[in-house]
Design a protein around this ligand. Sequence first.
Ligand code: CP
Length: 312
Amino acid sequence: MILSQKHLLGLKGMPRQDIDLILNHAVSFKEILERPIKKVPTLRGKTIVNLFFENSTRTRISFELAEKRLSGDTINFSANTSSMKKGETLRDTARNIEAMRIEIIVVRHPAVGVPYFLAQCTKATIINAGDGTNEHPSQALLDIFTLKEKFKELKDLRVVIIGDILHSRVARSNIWGLKTMGARVAVCGPSTLLPLEMKEFGVDVYTDLNRAIADADVLYILRLQMERQNSGLLPSLREYRERFGINKQRLKKVKPSLVILHPGPINRGLELSSEVADGEFSLILDQVTNGVAVRMAILYLLGGGDVESSGV
Ligand code: CP
């Protein structure tokens, strides 16, 4: 079985079979990661460049580790020390990288659409590691994988995404992916951080946190993206914490089986208290662990990995 697409640009419109294929392979790769020798020769001879124009801890390390676990040759590109600082365009940068026979480009960029642009102007396979406020597909796939591990079946699971929906590529990719998997998705946040088109996404929309979380199976807490806020969107951080911050007090009446996800990095004490982030409901570090296996599956399926040598 192969994916229906050459690139991973987003989960909007991604067929269910493709998501299932990635998740099923991730199960096998997770088993490999639990072995004493965590490496397979699947992408031997393939070269991958990680092109990050925005800060990252989890996504960048996770992709790099996944590439190394698959025996790919990995190159990390830093925009700050590249010739882009001398005025080279993104297109020229990408085409020069491609000319060195690089097969896969993993790209994170603050501008929406950069992965789509690279898919048009190079022959390399492009993996979107986050483009502006648009999509972060590998994050949503690892979130869905984590929820499947916990609940087995996502159909009719009530997932409430809370916080800064307006600026969140994680929210968008999760909405598309979770809806494809049959989950019931709601969003909740201050009206200034809820995009106008949310109703068209086919999700329930709340501005009252207590109403939103009453029958939730999953609370997906988003980071308040200080770097993308325009002035006037929030009266004050204190008010945001009081109305939308998740702490133990808030969780007194939730389902006992509730789980909490957060993509990281966490603003501790703002959108999420430390006792909840580190507490019994939290699957936050499971998300990070699963990220490596899910990204191995993505790289394997897009990189034309050798099934015989994959160990899966
Ligand atoms: N979840 C996520 O994208 O984290 P980083 O920004 O650290 O990669």
